[in-house]
Design a protein around this ligand. Structure first.
Ligand SMILES: *Cc1c(COP(=O)(O)O)cnc(C)c1O
Length: 438
């Protein structure tokens, strides 16, 4: 091809409107599923505890042109050029994270909560070292040493659980285990433990055996940010969290600490230890979410989330369900279905058909497989964001209980109860629009 023709042909590599045409025009298939997902989020009661509904501002920041920028390293120490605005963005996120949680240092780069934890392992322990964490079946997290996770494969994991009588952590047991196994790292925090953790006691246990203490506050970071839950930062060597659960931000993780030497180790563990370039678009979303969480309204949101979780727990108890530990200090609660003869998988599927989204979850001392389980985990973060208060959560508790009662009576076909609840859920969700005008 002569050079003049090549120049003419070049623009065809960009389709018309590459920089301007909306997704609905250029890719209707993907635009359609996004549209249907928007409808689904609008029309279900979202009780999955790991979910929330972010602000338009967070969505906009995550969808921004920072998608295009690649940087590695930390502000002022990047490998690529053109990073001045990326540096400014990351500095805003760090400053806000530190202000929000009262920490001296923050690493805002982890792509997820698991990566944040993996970075802590890399910074604090060597392969083969002993780590003491909560058992997955008692409410721990995969990235705290589950056998299928890299942390379980490469480190020697010892687990503490909860007491059979009351479902709570037995701190004397944790201390005895620590003294026996001499861990290098102790981990507190989990995915379905519904009670406030005694961070000071964990600090003492870690100190008694010369271990570092990691608190993973993924599920309750929003309550800490709202100052209605004790802050682990003064007690732990390192605190990790996800940013998208009760904290209500972009997808990703965050690592906090107060010691300069530890902060350097954490930074090196995140990059170049386990990650490459920064997801700056997600970082933009995190910065916005930290900004939102610093405002006084967020405290009211956190208070409402806890009040709603407690109202839901109380309603389910009133309707004859066992709530693990009899209530909650968290944005989530755990229902033990064993006395009612139900399984987590069938119960969550039936609730799903009634437009109540939740997840099956192992309860302490569960004998069912992880794919079946004997429990349900409910979270209040997303519903609270869309404006549900205690009356709505009590209503949701009744509707969920109706579905579960139906399932006890008609295990083979619970359609009647599911349809009845679904009709009420439709009325409820229609009154609380999300992203309206979309
Ligand atoms: C959700 C969660 C994580 C991990 O989050 P991902 O972003 O899914 O990797 C880590 N720790 C705890 C306690 C969690 O609940």
């Amino acid at each position: 091809m002569p050079p003049s023709d090549r120049r003419k042909a070049a623009p065809t590599t960009l389709h018309d409107g590459y920089f301007t045409a909306p997704l609905a025009e250029t890719d209707p298939a993907v635009a359609d599923v996004i549209g249907r997902e928007t409808d689904r989020q609008q029309s279900v009661v979202e009780l999955i505890a790991s979910e929330n509904i972010v602000s338009r501002a967070v969505l906009e920041a995550q969808g921004s042109v920072f998608t295009n920028k690649t940087v590695e390293g930390y502000p002022g120490r990047r490998y690529y050029g053109g990073a001045a605005e990326a540096d400014a963005l990351e500095r805003i996120a760090i400053e806000r994270a530190c202000a929000l949680f009262g920490s001296r240092f923050a690493n805002v780069q982890p792509h997820s909560g698991s990566q944040a934890n993996h970075a802590v392992f890399l910074a604090t322990v060597q392969p083969g070292d002993t780590v003491l964490s909560m058992a997955l079946g008692a409410g721990g997290h995969l990235s705290h040493g589950a056998s299928v996770n890299i942390t379980g494969k490469w480190f020697k994991i010892e687990n503490y659980g909860v007491r059979r009588q009351d479902g709570r952590i037995d701190y004397d047991e944790v201390e005895a285990l620590a003294r026996a196994c001499r861990p290098k790292l102790v981990i507190a925090g989990g995915s379905s433990y519904p009670r406030a953790i005694d961070f000071a006691r964990f600090r003492k246990i870690a100190d008694a055996v010369g271990a570092r203490l990691l608190v993973d506050m993924a599920h309750f970071a929003g309550l800490v940010a709202g100052a209605i839950h004790p802050n682990p930062v003064p007690h732990a060597d390192i605190v990790t969290t996800t940013t998208y659960k009760s904290l209500r931000g972009a997808r990703g993780g965050l690592i906090l600490c107060n010691d300069a030497d530890m902060a350097r180790k954490i930074d090196a563990a995140v990059f170049p230890g386990i990650q490459g370039s920064v997801m700056l678009h997600a970082l933009a979303g995190k910065a916005v979410c930290f900004g939102e969480a610093l405002r006084p309204e967020f405290r009211r949101y956190a208070e409402a989330t806890l009040a709603n979780a407690r109202a839901l727990a109380a309603r389910l108890i009133a309707r004859g369900h066992d709530v693990v530990t009899g209530g909650t200090d968290m944005p989530l609660l755990l229902v033990d279905l064993r006395r009612r003869g139900l399984k987590g998988d069938l119960a969550s599927a039936s609730l799903d058909r009634a437009a109540i989204a939740c997840n099956k979850n192992a309860v302490p001392f569960d004998e069912e497989k992880p794919t079946v389980t004997s429990g349900l985990r409910f979270g209040a973060s997303a519903g609270t964001t869309r404006g549900f208060g205690v009356p709505e959560f009590e209503r949701i508790g009744d509707l969920a209980a109706d579905v579960l009662d139906g399932l006890c009576e008609n295990p083979a076909d619970n359609t009647a109860a599911e349809l009845a609840a679904a009709a009420s859920i439709r009325d409820l969700t229609a009154r609380f629009p999300i992203y309206s005008g979309q």
